[in-house]
Every structure is written in C-alpha cells, then in structure tokens.
Ligand binder design. Structure first.
Ligand code: AMP
Length: 146
C-alpha cells in the first residue's frame, strides 16, 4: 500500500461516522501520515430563491461553521488524535472536499460509502462525486447500516 503523507477525512457527523474515523485512525498509524478532518457546511443560501437577502440566513452558515469547529475539536480530543488538524468550509461538500484536498496536498481522501444522502444508494452522492472529481486516491469506507 502507498505510504500516504497526508490523509484528508471527510466528516459529516452522521451516526455511522465513527466506523469511518476508526479506519482512518488505523491507516494514519501504519503510515505515520498527517491527518486533516474536514467538514463542509452545506451552503444554506442556495435554498432561498427570493431576491432579498435574509440577515438571519446569511448568518446561519457562519453559526453552523462555528458549531462544526467545536465538534471537530472535541473529536480530536476524545480520540486523542495526534498530528491532526481540522478545517470547516462552506459550500457543496463534494467540491469543497476535493478543493481542500488539492489545496492541502492530501494524497488520500477517506470518507464513508454513504452518510445522510445515500440511504438507498450503493454510494452516497458525496462519495460518488469525490471519487469522480478527486486527483488523489479516495478510500470509501463501507458503512453497513442505512
Ligand atoms: P453522503 O453523500 O451523504 O452519503 O456521504 C458520504 C460520505 O461523504 C460521508 O460518510 C462523509 O464521509 C462524506 N460527507 C458527506 N457530507 C459531508 C459534509 N457535509 N462534510 C464532510 N464530509 C461529508
């Protein structure tokens, strides 16, 4: 197996995510790679089709991003993750995950085979999108329950 230097883990906080994280931690240990956890807050502005910006909606993405930062920080502490940092982005998950991977020069992206959007599908839409768009290796961890 390739000796990965920088693993990017896409965190969606779904109930099955712990299984994905457990595999990522295992891989990090064998490769001594640096690890970055990334969560993407789905841009809520896209849901609003009116012309007038709603101040509370403009603020919502930022508030969700702050909450995600707190959760990622807690995840790093709880699992005693070493050599691990985190990022929170706002936008479309598959695009942001791939963009961050390129920007951070990650050589492996780890995500779940499905999360919140892939209940009836073999691969969730994010996993599928990342597999198609990414320039680096992608490991989709099979998530059993749906
Ligand atoms: P899904 O496309 O929702 O079925 O998700 C498949 C996998 O993509 C999840 O298990 C996560 O690893 C990742 N993922 C989905 N949504 C996000 C998100 N908003 N931020 C980061 N990773 C995500």
């Amino acid at each position: 197996m390739a000796n990965y230097q920088h693993i990017l883990v896409a965190v969606d906080f779904s109930k099955d995510f712990e299984a994905v994280l457990a595999k990522a931690i295992e891989l990090q240990k064998v490769s001594s790679a640096k690890m970055t956890l990334v969560h993407v807050v789905e841009y809520t502005g896209a849901m609003y089709t009116g012309e007038i910006p709603l101040p509370e909606d403009l603020d919502l993405d930022q508030r969700l991003a702050k909450q995600a930062e707190t959760k990622l920080e807690a995840m790093i502490k709880e699992h005693l993750l070493q050599n691990t940092s985190f990022l929170v982005e706002i936008g479309t998950p598959k695009r942001e995950i791939v963009r961050v991977a390129e920007e951070q020069q990650a050589d492996l992206i780890i995500l779940g085979s499905h999360g919140r959007h892939g209940l009836q599908l073999l691969l969730g839409s994010t996993a599928n999108g990342v597999l198609h768009l990414a320039q680096c290796d992608v490991l989709a961890i099979r998530v059993e329950s749906a």
